[in-house]
Ligand binder design. Structure first.
Ligand code: NIG
Ligand code: FE
Length: 416
């Protein structure tokens, strides 16, 4: 059975005929087709073109297709969120108030709250409870047009709970419409038991955790919170290099609170992406551009922590491929709204509306190595599609704070 979506006012295909992350001017080229059409079959995109072209070329196939009219609508690829901490227990609304009263994110964490608080609640939660809570978040992502989500462990900081988080994501990958991409993040904080013995915890991650994660194929990526008073660049490098040797691709939470050489380290270890980058140095930006590290920027986190967002404009101008993400987590960014993140990429990082859409689709897919499947609407790719209640991508970014999703198709099936 085929699905035919016709008379799309603006079809943003994001197609450029190449599978490498978009840089500079390429980020502005959305492959727009006016009065566009898509033909879907068996979960895959069978044809893309104008309504007239597809009508002529597929006359026979269209006879028994389900037809949707998208007049007045924008259609884009399903959004991709390349950085979340979605599989966690509990919530931290009291910390929100503490921060508004003047406590910093790091003060709260160093006093045993923050990531440590979620660690305790995640350790206590059963697998069933985590599945239930994570499912609700995934449902909300889907309603906001997100069809692929990366998710990190990191609220266990001991083998059993880290594995529990990764298994929850593995199970949801089989049952939920959203595609989940798992990342191991054992080095998300230093657990209290290891305070002052950080290197011993690094050894534990390398010797006891990474081999199990790799052998059981529970993650594709290996992430580290490289930050002052968390993990030094040297400790981060040891963890990332050890993971790389057993098939886990490096990612780094880099230069979020202070400038700490995280972007430079990302370039050195060949990380696929570096995240946050609020305080990245100029050398760090140049190193990422040269090494082809994708900058994964999280403007909702900066807003929520009342910080100046990363300089996305500068990074694009310097030749870094930029992706954006919610960073969905219970402390610094409890949101699932990629549309809001696109708005904020424009408002607080001065990306253009076109660049923001590229950052939330194709470049986001590149940041989790899914660009061959999703992130653009091209023949043979997965039919992950969003139809929006607006007529253009310019309008999508301009009318901010609103969920403009009209419908969502995942692998060719209408799910919203
Ligand atoms: O990406 N910066 C470190 N980790 C997360 C926050 C996790 C939390 O606060 O629970 C982040 O913002
Ligand atoms: Fe994060």
């Amino acid at each position: 059975m085929r699905t035919f979506i016709k008379h799309i006012s603006q079809l943003a295909t994001l197609a450029q005929g190449s599978d490498t992350a978009r840089k500079k001017q390429e980020m502005s080229n959305l492959g727009i087709i006016e009065d566009g059409a898509l033909l879907l079959k068996d979960g895959i995109i069978e044809a893309v073109g104008t309504t007239e072209q597809l009508r002529q070329q597929y006359e026979k196939e269209l006879q028994d297709a389900i037809v949707f009219n998208a007049a007045g609508k924008l259609v884009t690829p399903g959004l991709v969120d390349p950085h979340t901490h979605i599989a966690y227990g509990g919530s931290r609304e009291q910390e929100f108030e503490m921060r508004l009263q003047g406590k910093s994110y790091m003060d709260i964490m160093n006093a045993g709250g923050g990531i440590h608080a979620t660690m305790r609640m995640t350790r206590e939660a059963t697998e069933e409870q985590l599945i239930e809570q994570t499912t609700k978040r995934l449902d909300a992502f889907l309603k906001h047009g997100v069809t692929t989500v990366e998710g990190k462990s990191g609220y266990g900081m001991e083998l059993e709970t880290e594995l529990k988080q990764l298994r929850v994501m593995q199970k949801l990958q089989q049952t939920h419409a959203i595609d989940l991409v798992p990342t191991f993040m054992g080095a998300h904080a230093v657990p209290a038991e290891y305070k002052g013995r950080e290197d011993a915890f690094v050894d534990y991650i390398i010797e006891e955790m990474l081999p199990v994660v790799a052998t059981e194929k529970l993650a594709e990526f290996n992430d580290v919170f490289c930050e002052k008073n968390v993990y030094t660049p040297e400790q981060s490098e040891r963890i990332l290099v050890a993971g790389k040797k057993i098939g886990l691709t490096p990612k780094i939470h880099a230069d979020e609170i202070v400038s700490y050489g995280g972007a430079e380290l990302a370039a050195k270890v060949g990380a696929i992406s570096a995240e946050h980058l609020l305080k990245v140095s100029d050398e760090g930006i140049r190193a990422m551009a040269k090494a082809g590290v994708i900058a994964c920027l999280l403007p909702a986190t900066a807003l929520y922590l009342r910080e100046q967002a990363a300089d996305g404009r500068k990074m694009i101008d310097e030749g870094v491929a930029v992706a954006i993400s919610t960073d969905c987590n219970p402390g610094s960014s409890p949101t699932v709204s990629m549309p809001l993140v696109m708005n904020l990429a424009c408002i607080s990082m001065r990306l253009t509306p076109a660049e923001a859409l590229t950052a939330a689709t194709f470049n986001a897919a590149c940041a989790i190595n899914r660009q061959h499947l999703v992130g653009s609407l091209e023949v043979g790719k997965q039919a992950d599609i969003v139809m929006w209640h607006v007529a253009s991508y310019q309008e999508l970014q301009y009318l901010f704070g609103v969920n403009h999703v009209q419908s969502v198709w995942k692998k060719g099936k209408k799910v919203i």
